[in-house]
Every structure is written in C-alpha cells, then in structure tokens.
Design a protein around this ligand. Structure first.
Ligand SMILES: Nc1ncnc2c1ncn2[C@@H]1O[C@H](COP(=O)(O)OP(=O)(O)O)[C@@H](O)[C@H]1O
Ligand SMILES: [Mg+2]
Length: 265
C-alpha cells in the first residue's frame, strides 16, 4: 500500500479547510479506505472537535516529533469508522515546533499502512503552510466564492506551482445558488475564470455543515445533505473516479421554467 498524501489549504482563514478534511476523511473511510488525518494547525487545533474526538486526545503531533511518544500512541481511532485515525495538533505549542523535514519523516512512516493521509493546513503562507505541503502528493485549495478568498487562493496556487507542488485542484465551498442567480455572488464559472486551475468539487452553503461540526458528526455521514453529497463526490474523484458535478442551479432553473410556463417571464 502507498498512501496518497493530500493537503487541504487556502491562504485565507475560515473558508472550510478543516470542514473539508473532516468530511473527506469520513467519506473515504466510509468507502473502505484506510485514512489518517493530520491536524497541521499547531496552536489552533480543531479537527478533533469537528470529528468528535476531542475527549480522547492524550498525545499530539509535537509529542511524536519531540520523542515523547510513539506515532501509534498519538493516533486516535474514530468511534464509528475503525479505518479512520486522527493525529491531533498541539494546542499550546509554538508553530515552529514542527519543520517540513519532521513532517516528511512522520508521513514516510504512514505511507505504507494507509490509503490516504489528509493534512489540514493552517491559514497563511508561513511555516505551518510549508509544513502542511512538505510531503503532499496532491494539494487541494479551498476557496469561497468571494473576491478576497479567491485572491488568496490565487496567491497560494502560484506558490504551489513555484514549489513544484502543483497543479493544485480547487474546492469551491459555501456556494449559494440563490445569491449567484441574483448576481450577488461569484458563480463557480466566475471563480474558475479567475483561477486557472482544475476543479475537484463545488460544495453548497448548507447549515447542516455547522450543525454537524458542532455535534462532532461531519455531514458526509448524512445521506440527505447536499454538502455531504458534494464531499462524498470529491472523495470519489480523489480515488480517480469520474463523477459529474452536482447541479446546484437545479432549483433556480426549475423555478424559472415554472415562471416561463406560467407566462410570467
Ligand atoms: N458548506 C458550508 N456550509 C455552511 N457552513 C460552512 C460550510 N463549510 C464551512 N462552513 C463553516 O465555516 C466555518 C469555517 O470553517 P472551517 O472548516 O473551520 O474553516 P478553516 O479551516 O478554513 O478555517 C465553520 O463554522 C464551518 O462550520
Ligand atoms: Mg481550520
């Protein structure tokens, strides 16, 4: 077995990186893959909370790197998915406690035993970001359909290319079809015109994402959630399957058709 090491990053904070890592991990492990996710956000850990594993943390990634425990001791097994593990970030330590070569060494030990290693990157383009991309085979950049997020994504995509970690693939998260239709939000096509990059998924705005995160049960577990479906589709694309993109405009165009049929347009 040789793991695919996938880093999720963005530039801008709060766009949905941690949400994406948790949901892709759940979707991949539900599909039978062996998955480890690593919280690379040293000092601001929260992947443990989103996965509902915060009460089980004994050791963290800095303990492994500084030799206070073995790698296996810091790996927390998920309650529902026995093939899903989390390596938590340290809560209190300085970001510089980990270096890119530490990450390379740690991930080398995981490659042989797992199908996927998913790394949650902190915001920004400093040390934590460099650590997160050091061992990546593939980088997914998350953006929201907002000008500031797209600009930061563009900068990160440029750095990834310069570091020979590209081409990145893009997740457009929190798309709201009603706002797009009213020209109050960039559409997926607008974002793709601005960023010359391959698209790997469009995730709609969905309040179930927030509810699931608060409960420690990511929406990828919920067969009815549209965001959950979008994350499950991205997981399948990571495995190399061709999966059509969700038609997020279906409600809008149906409404338009009804209006046309009623002669109002
Ligand atoms: N598709 C979505 N729909 C609704 N809320 C979302 C969605 N994706 C993320 N969020 C919310 O956005 C906030 C930031 O997400 P998070 O994953 O923590 O971002 P980051 O890791 O990039 O800082 C969280 O409150 C999360 O629940
Ligand atoms: Mg985060």
């Amino acid at each position: 077995m040789t793991a695919q090491v996938v880093t999720i990053t963005s530039g801008k904070g709060g766009v949905g990186k941690t949400t994406a890592v948790a949901n892709l991990a759940v979707a991949l492990a539900s599909g039978g893959s062996k998955v480890v996710c690593i919280d690379g956000d040293i000092g601001l850990r929260n992947l443990d909370v989103i996965l509902g594993l915060e009460n089980r943390i004994v050791y963290d990634i800095v303990d492994v790197i500084e030799g206070r425990c073995r790698l296996k001791q810091a790996m927390i097994r998920d309650k529902k998915l026995p093939e899903l593990y989390l390596i938590p970030a340290a809560q209190t330590r300085d970001k510089n406690a980990v270096s890119p070569s530490d990450m390379n060494r740690l991930i080398k030990d995981l490659r042989t035993d797992y199908d996927f290693v998913l790394i949650d990157s902190p915001a920004g383009i400093e040390r934590g970001f460099r650590n997160a991309i050091a061992a990546a085979d593939r980088v997914l950049v998350v953006t929201n359909p907002e000008v500031s997020a797209v600009r930061d994504a563009d900068r990160v995509i440029g750095i990834l290319e310069a570091e020979e970690k590209g081409p990145a693939a893009l997740i457009i998260n929190r798309l709201n079809p009603v706002l797009v239709k009213n020209h109050d939000m960039l559409s997926a096509d607008d974002v793709l015109d601005l960023l010359a990059v391959e698209l790997i998924g469009i995730v709609p705005e969905d309040e179930n994402v927030i509810i699931g995160s608060n409960r420690g049960a990511p929406v990828a577990f919920d067969p009815k959630s549209r965001a959950g479906q979008a994350f499950r589709n991205i997981a399948r694309r990571l495995k190399g399957e061709t999966v059509p993109f969700l038609d997020l405009d279906s409600h809008g165009s149906l409404w338009e058709r009804i209006q046309r049929l009623a002669g109002r347009k």
